[in-house]
Design a protein around this ligand. Structure first.
Ligand SMILES: [Zn+2]
Length: 266
């Protein structure tokens, strides 16, 4: 559901998970002083990894469930998307089909609503919910919705940060006694990605709210279908909430390492 990589995620969440485990082990061995702190980072990462797997499993189950429930009016995801765009006075956004499962997203660069084959051609509660949600992002873009604008501005910085942040943090922790500023730099980079995942929350909730209120007002779905759409989108949003919480928790851990290391230095 992000404008970059799609409904279920795969964007800039959980970067800390990509840190090679051997890296963690090596700096644990090299820095016994902050070992306890590092163990808590691993613990926090594992807890959030577990929660994240649970939530995304739940989301996939919900999606499969609602994919099998056809809507009464028989509109496909493509038709619903085009209708919602028109109703919002948007005529310069194209609705296209993209490969992949749950790969749906809105691309503000070329103004396309990209729907996975199941959503594009599907006539289920899930396809209606997802199609309308992605159009919610197109409506945000057309209205210059402030959180979306802010999020888009952050993208290049976050892409840069994501490419190096784990190495800066790793070396920063190793060198905390000789060059603590490096860890501070890593924390600032990581804080950018945390900010990004937090700003993603209002963007995602707002897109779903726009989708649900349009589906409701336009009478696209009957009551029972409307509730299903709400449920499916709720679980999609949950994956973003977990990602943001994980990022905040990891950031706090690094800040504590920094403060702890600085104190030990004195
Ligand atoms: Zn979204």
């Amino acid at each position: 559901m992000s404008e970059k990589k799609g409904l279920f995620g795969r964007n800039l969440r959980f970067e800390h998970r990509k840190r090679p485990f051997f890296g963690l082990v090596s700096y644990l061995q090299l820095s016994p002083k902050i070992e306890a702190m590092d163990m808590s980072i691993i613990l926090v990462s594992l807890i959030f990894l577990g929660i994240s797997l649970l939530v995304s499993g739940r989301l996939k189950a919900k999606f499969s469930q609602y994919s099998q429930l056809p809507i009464a009016n028989g509109m496909s995801g493509k038709e619903i998307a085009e209708q919602m765009l028109r109703d919002n006075g948007i005529y310069d956004v194209k609705v296209v089909s993209v490969k992949g499962f749950l790969s749906d997203h809105y691309n503000p660069m070329d103004k396309t609503v990209n729907l996975s084959p199941e959503v594009y051609g599907g006539t289920s509660i899930a396809s209606a919910a997802v199609a309308a949600h992605e159009c919610g992002h197109a409506v945000q873009h057309a209205n210059a919705y402030s959180w979306l604008m802010m999020r888009s501005k952050l993208v290049p910085f976050v892409q840069f940060s994501s490419s190096i942040v784990q190495w800066v943090l790793l070396v920063g922790v190793l060198m905390i006694n000789t060059f603590p500023m490096l860890l501070l730099g890593g924390i600032i980079l990581f804080a950018l990605t945390t900010l990004f995942s937090v700003i993603t929350l209002p963007v995602e909730f707002d897109a779903s709210n726009r989708a649900l209120s349009w589906l409701n007002n336009r009478g696209i779905l009957v009551q029972r279908e409307q509730e299903g759409a709400k449920d499916a989108l709720k679980w999609a949003a949950m994956t973003y909430v977990v990602a943001a919480l994980a990022s905040v928790a990891t950031l706090v851990q690094y800040v504590l390492i920094f403060l702890n290391g600085s104190r030990n230095d004195d």
